[in-house]
Design a protein. Structure first.
Lengths: 314, 686, 307
């Protein structure tokens, strides 16, 4: 167990290292110049040089990287080039806003998707299953911006039931206007629901064909008991890791959804930081994403190990 | 059928059963015509080769036939037709009145549930016991199937138990409600032979204890001879003969039954001679083919006449409660497949082709508690430990052992597919590099291998000529044109027409695929062919054909073989010398007649005693090994066999590893055991 | 020695092998499509995909107007007999833009997915076959790459390369290396223990021969399934990039971009968003249906045997 954790944390550390080097390298070759971005069209050569000097851009890349790493290890992720304040301060409120969306989406999507997946899996190829499968296929096929814009047109601009955009004023919490959360959450939920449901259904169908399910049926157990005691526990194990992978994917969805609804979260911040070459901000965001992804994977593996007797007792 | 008999205690009656499955890619006639009955307290053995429909019959009796299918005929259980039962009637029947034991117990138990509750839920569901009663009954049941520590085992998960224990759990589960009919579908297939023997003992014991009728399905004639009272033989979905077990084995009334019996190696007679096996030519009538107006066996039958090819024989009574589906049942004698000849002839050569000293292979490395620091917690798997062997020119070395004995690792070390950690390997006095990639072309050509699974040993995407042509081009330095001509010759030598050249492996049967594998091993004049379980996945009738091909090639070309198998009967049949492996160690080695006739080492003795013999009248030694093969992670302090040895003599076995000493009759016979040779000899001769 | 000549990799040999591989691929593709047509998913999906493929080839020819022509008198007009799906803010015919846009998105997605499959197969198969430390390192890097949402990675790469059609294809290809290589590695790991690979080793075949001649053909069915999955992701990715304004640049007709631009007039003219939305959705649904069909067809009994 201890050994397992040591190995896993070691791997996470390596992953973070790879990620930070990669981001640094990519931003290094980004065309354009941060100084130019900050000053805009009217910049003079001296102004540009002054900004570069101030931002420490004249030193070689690997020195700057090492400097960044040693600061990061001390908990200082640096200042944003553009906004000129610590990136942590910039990220914090945005992180909260995005978490609100993500948590709501998960709370809605995971239970419904798992329940529907099991329901459809045990009666595979029935009419009900085919209807649910068709819906979920549409779910994974529709890009978030299509779902988002469509929902916006229907519930926002046509029916006027819900606000079309989810702008919130700086310094206020999205929870004070819960109505603006509904459409973005719904958009995120759509894809999540479809993925998790499809995987759950596939796992259930696979487990239904196992020999031990045949044993359970031929033992004379009623179908209910076969499904609840023999099928579901075994089908849930691989479903856990599917859910974990979706935690990582969520960020991709957030970029789009926050853009569609003009919601001030990490996704929008990320897009801005890429477009403006704000390297410290981008680095911090990228690490945040990688950490989230790695930790959710670790959590999945741990719960998998705890729930699976073959791993727990060995 | 005699009316009075059916009234006595008839439990289940199957009448003209036919099961057809409709798959998206074709119709499979799994069962074409099967009629039989099982009475209280008797065991009906159903025997047949793969694809003959025997398992489908078993599941049909359970009323369990998944997929799109049509079923004809009827299955009467105490007067009610199982095939017409509603779901709730079936639910009352299953588990309670009719119960089943499956092949492969490992996958038949729920991996995420402790085994005790898996038995308890049957008792609670079918008998309505409360939790306490169910628990006590479960413990009783575990006890009755010979599980020591029933309480502790009930709290285990399936993966913590050995295959034998898992199968005992499944049997306990089947016995839970004291069923009237017990269906056993290949319950010992896939288990080690020593485990198989103990499970068969349990089945024989159950026969006396329970009043249930048993339908026992198996492909293994030896197993059927051991457990069955009556036997039904199936071929291509039809029952072709039914008789009491003694009469069936002694005096078969269908040419197929007679042929099957000539395909299975029998133990040697007292003078040490072995009857040559005679295979059944051709392949089984495919389940995808339609029913025709002919005997389905006629294409392979030596007695077939015009009538057999134009008229389908029905099953008919032949007196003495026997039935046969042959027009000429009265003319069937064992001799129809050719006169038996003696095979035993030790080839007296002494030139070694391959010598190995101290071969060793461990898998994995010591793992430490905190990755790079801390105490060593998990040792490597000691798969092969200090194995010595020698193969002589033109002779066959048989390597026998159970799963985990290291026999496959030895084969892979010799062929260089697995690199050895230590030890010396010489082919014709020349060193062999550990990895096959580092060996010379001549060495690669001289050392070939035939694998267990013929389907996997041919690339499904390339025509079957591919491996043969490549072998010829690489090992015999032939041009493309030459290699094509010679490949055709090779194919013909293994009994395949030249038209096969461009076929894909998927179009061939398992037996034909293994012939192709042989042909490519024969290409390029190998000195030594390593055959790893090369006939184990084949049906007996095909197995005999392949063994015959191997034998013929050896007689003509003088190639040496290493023949590896878990099946002692087959190893004994083909081998001049034998090496017995246990838990990665050599237990005994030497010329076959000294090693096996009679056995010396306690493990060899137990192996021989456990091997099922295809003769219902065979006398049984009854030496059984308790427990299972030890985990190979521990280093043995004393003898590798001490944990299970029925002849353990004391502390010396636990503390000191045995050294090699030579056997009573020959200095080439090496035994690793603390018991002095004379005593071993005296023990065995009794 | 004669053996040496067999082992040497010659240009003509490679071409011949490559030709054979493409023929094999085509053969199994046709076979799988035929099988897929027996499943409901394939029966609906294949025609949709075929329709869009047709549009990609001759869409601009069939379109009633050139995609970039302004009809300044008809800005934001609702669907009519003149403009079947209405017009956008510059009076461009939306039907024509959607029809012409098919070529761009399908071209980019197919090329991107193909590139990703090719690179991922190369990385995954060689890493899997080599095994040991090399494999360990390569897979760690792939895991690191996989811990990024693909859209984010694509944004990063694309901004550093600069937005152009070729760069979008490159970006999609690079983003797909990690997931494809993981799939191909796992199948290689499974295949390399197969006995026909062992017997090729014993024959003395070299590694390149074993990977390409013995293992790769067996991976083709998996490759086709993976390809169809990647294609649907590629379409999603390319159109998302377009939506974020980082994909194909205006005034070229791009579905994602059209939707993005339409948001400004969404209250006034919802049809501007409607047509490209339906187009992208139905295309992805079609590809996914087809890929489901292929996967299902592969699981049909005996279907496996022939492959």
């Amino acid at each position: 167990m201890l050994r397992f954790l040591i190995v896993r944390f070691g791997l996470i550390a390596i992953t973070l290292l790879v990620v930070s080097v990669a981001i640094f390298a990519v931003t290094e070759v980004l065309p354009g110049d941060v100084a130019w971005h900050i000053l805009g069209q009217g910049a003079t050569a001296e102004n540009l040089e002054a900004v570069r000097e101030k931002l420490d851009l004249n030193r070689p890349a690997h020195i700057r990287y090492l400097g960044w790493v040693s600061n990061a290890l001390r908990g200082d992720l640096g200042d944003s080039y553009l906004q000129n304040r610590p990136v942590i301060e910039i990220i914090k409120p945005r992180l909260f806003n995005s978490l609100v969306l993500a948590v709501f989406a998960f709370l809605v999507a995971v239970p419904t998707a798992v329940a529907t997946g099991v329901w459809a899996g045990v009666r595979s190829n029935s009419v009900g299953d085919q209807v649910v499968s068709a819906i979920s296929l549409a779910g994974i096929s529709l890009p978030e911006f299509v779902t988002g814009v469509t929902l916006m047109v229907i519930f926002g601009s046509t029916l006027h039931w819900l606000p079309s955009s989810s702008i919130i004023l700086p310094g206020t919490s999205p929870l004070t206007r819960p109505l603006i959360l509904i459409l973005p959450t719904l958009t995120l939920t759509g894809v999540l629901f479809a993925y998790i449901m499809r995987m759950t259904r596939a796992n259930v169908i696979e487990v239904m064909q196992e020999n031990y399910v045949r044993t359970a049926i031929l033992k004379g157990l009623p179908m209910r008991q076969v499904i609840f005691r023999h099928v579901i526990p075994n089908a849930m194990l691989p479903t856990i890791s599917v859910i974990a992978i979706n935690v990582g994917w969520m960020f991709g969805g957030l970029i789009i959804v926050e853009n569609v609804f003009a919601y001030p979260g990490l996704g929008r911040l990320l897009l801005v930081s890429i477009q403006s070459r704000d390297v410290p901000l981008l680095q911090a965001l990228a690490l945040l994403i990688a950490v989230t992804f790695s930790l959710s994977n670790l959590a999945a593996d741990l719960s998998y190990g705890i729930l699976n007797p073959r791993i727990r007792i060995s | 059928m005699n009316k009075q008999d059916t009234d006595i205690a008839q439990l289940i009656q199957v009448n003209r059963l036919a099961v057809t499955f409709y798959t998206p890619l074709g119709t499979i006639r799994a069962v074409r015509d099967a009629s039989f009955e099982v009475r209280h307290g008797e065991v009906l053995g159903v025997v047949g080769e793969s694809g003959c429909g025997k398992s489908t019959v078993a599941y049909a009796v359970m009323g369990y036939l998944p997929g799109i299918n049509s079923v004809e005929g009827d299955i009467h259980f105490e007067g009610n037709d199982i095939l017409n039962m509603s779901a709730s009637e079936l639910y009352r029947l299953r588990g309670d009145r009719v119960a089943m034991v499956y092949q492969d117990p490992g996958t038949s138990l729920n991996p995420s549930m402790r085994v005790g509750p898996q038995v308890k839920e049957v008792l609670r569901g079918n008998l309505g016991l409360d939790s306490e009663q169910a628990k006590n009954r479960t413990i009783e049941l575990f006890d009755s199937v010979g599980l020591a520590d029933p309480d502790g085992i009930g709290r285990s998960y399936p993966h913590q138990l050995s295959g034998g224990m898992q199968q005992r759990i499944v049997i306990a589960m089947a016995l839970a409600c004291d069923p009237d009919l017990l269906i056993m579908d290949e319950p010992t297939t896939g288990l080690d032979v020593t485990t198989e023997a103990t499970i068969l003992d349990l089945v024989v014991d159950l026969k006396k204890r329970v009043r249930a009728g048993i339908l026992y399905v198996s492909h293994n004639l030896g197993v059927i001879a051991r457990v069955a009272d009556r036997v039904a033989v199936m071929y291509a979905g039809q029952i072709i003969e039914q008789a009491s077990v003694h009469e069936l084995f002694k005096n078969p009334q269908h040419p197929y039954t007679a042929g099957l019996l000539t395909c299975v190696p029998q133990p040697p007679s007292h003078d040490g001679t072995i009857d040559r096996l005679i295979g059944i030519p051709g392949t089984i009538y495919d389940a995808a083919k339609d029913n025709i107006d002919a005997c389905l066996f006629s294409p392979r039958c030596p007695m077939a006449q015009e009538r057999c090819r134009t008229e389908a024989p029905g099953i008919s009574d032949t007196g003495n409660l026997r039935q046969s589906r042959c027009f000429f049942w009265n003319d069937v004698t064992p001799g129809i497949w050719g006169e038996t000849e003696t095979r035993y002839d030790i080839r007296q050569t002494t030139t070694p082709v391959l010598t190995a000293k101290g071969l060793r292979r461990f898998y994995g490395q010591w793992q430490r508690k905190y990755l790079f620091f801390g105490p060593r917690v998990k040792p490597p798997v000691r798969a092969v430990v200090d194995v010595n062997l020698e193969v002589r020119a033109g002779r066959t070395l048989g390597i026998v052992g159970e799963s985990g004995s290291g026999k496959t690792t030895v084969a892979r070390i010799i062929t260089g597919l697995t690199e050895r950690n230590r030890g010396e390997l010489r082919l014709r006095e020349e060193d062999l590099a550990p990895g096959v990639e580092d060996r010379s072309h001549e060495q690669k050509a001289a050392l070939r291998m035939v694998f267990q699974n013929p389907t996997a040993s041919l690339n499904p995407w390339l025509p079957i000529s591919h491996p043969i042509l490549r072998s010829l081009q690489k090992h015999a330095n032939m041009s493309r044109k030459e290699s094509r001509e010679y490949a055709i010759e090779l194919l013909q030598a293994v009994g395949l027409a030249p038209a096969y050249m461009e076929r894909l492996p998927g179009e061939l049967s398992g037996g034909e695929q293994q012939r192709v594998a042989l042909a490519s091993a024969f290409a390029g004049k190998a000195d030594l062919i390593v055959a790893d379980e090369a006939v184990s996945s084949l049906d007996v009738s095909i197995q005999a054909q392949v063994l015959e091909l191997l034998d013929k090639h050896q007689r003509e070309k003088g190639t040496s073989y290493i023949f590896i198998s878990h099946d002692l009967g087959v190893v004994r049949y083909v081998s001049d010398d034998i090496l017995v492996l246990y838990a990665g160690h050599v237990a005994e080695s030497g010329p076959a007649k000294y090693v096996l006739n009679p056995p010396s080492h306690p493990y060899t003795e137990a192996l021989l005693s456990a091997a099922p013999i295809p003769d219902p009248d065979a006398t049984l030694d009854g030496i059984r090994l308790p427990g299972a093969v030890p985990t190979l992670r521990e280093r043995f302090q004393g003898c590798f066999f001490t944990g299970r040895c029925p002849r353990k003599i004391g502390a010396i076995c636990d503390n000191t590893p045995p050294t090699a000493h030579s056997g009573p009759d020959s200095s080439e016979h090496i035994i690793y055991c603390h018991i002095p040779v004379e005593e071993l000899k005296a023990m065995q001769r009794k | 020695m004669a053996n040496a000549s067999i082992n040497r990799i010659t240009l003509s040999g490679l071409l011949r092998a490559g030709g054979a591989k493409i023929a094999e691929l085509g053969h199994s593709l046709l076979y799988l499509f035929r099988l897929a047509l027996r499943t409901p998913g394939g029966r609906i999906g294949l025609p949709i995909v075929m329709l869009y493929l047709l549009l990609a080839f001759i869409g601009p020819l069939l379109a009633p107007y050139p995609a970039t022509d302004f009809h300044l008198d008809n800005q934001l007009e609702s669907p009519s007999s003149q403009f079947w799906l209405g017009t956008d803010q510059f009076g461009r015919d939306i039907l024509s833009r959607v029809m012409s846009g098919a070529r761009s998105i399908i071209g980019i997605s197919v090329a991107g997915a193909a590139l990703g499959i090719a690179l991922g197969t190369l990385v995954g198969m060689s890493s899997g076959y080599k095994g040991g430390k090399t494999d360990e390192v390569v897979m760690r890097i792939m895991d690191g790459l996989m811990s990024f949402p693909s859209l984010l990675m694509a944004l990063l790469i694309l901004t550093s390369l600069g937005a152009s059609r070729v760069n979008i294809v490159l970006t999609i290809g690079i983003v797909f290396i990690a997931p494809v290589s993981r799939v191909m590695r796992s199948i290689t790991l499974a295949l390399k223990t197969q006995e026909f690979v062992q017997s090729a080793r014993m024959r003395g075949e070299n590694q390149v021969y074993i990977i390409f001649r013995e293992i790769l053909p067996n991976a083709i069915p998996v490759l086709i399934v993976e390809g169809s999955v990647r294609l649907s992701y590629a379409i999603l990715l390319a159109s998302s990039l377009g939506f974020l304004g980082l994909g194909v640049q205006p005034p070229s007709p791009d579905w994602g971009l059209m939707i993005s631009e339409s948001r400004r007039f969404i209250v006034l003219a919802p049809w501007v968003a409607l047509a490209p939305s339906v187009a992208v959705a139905s295309l992805v649904i079609g590809v996914n249906l087809l890929s489901d069909g292929i996967r299902q067809a592969r699981r049909l009994p005996q279907g496996e045997k022939e492959l």
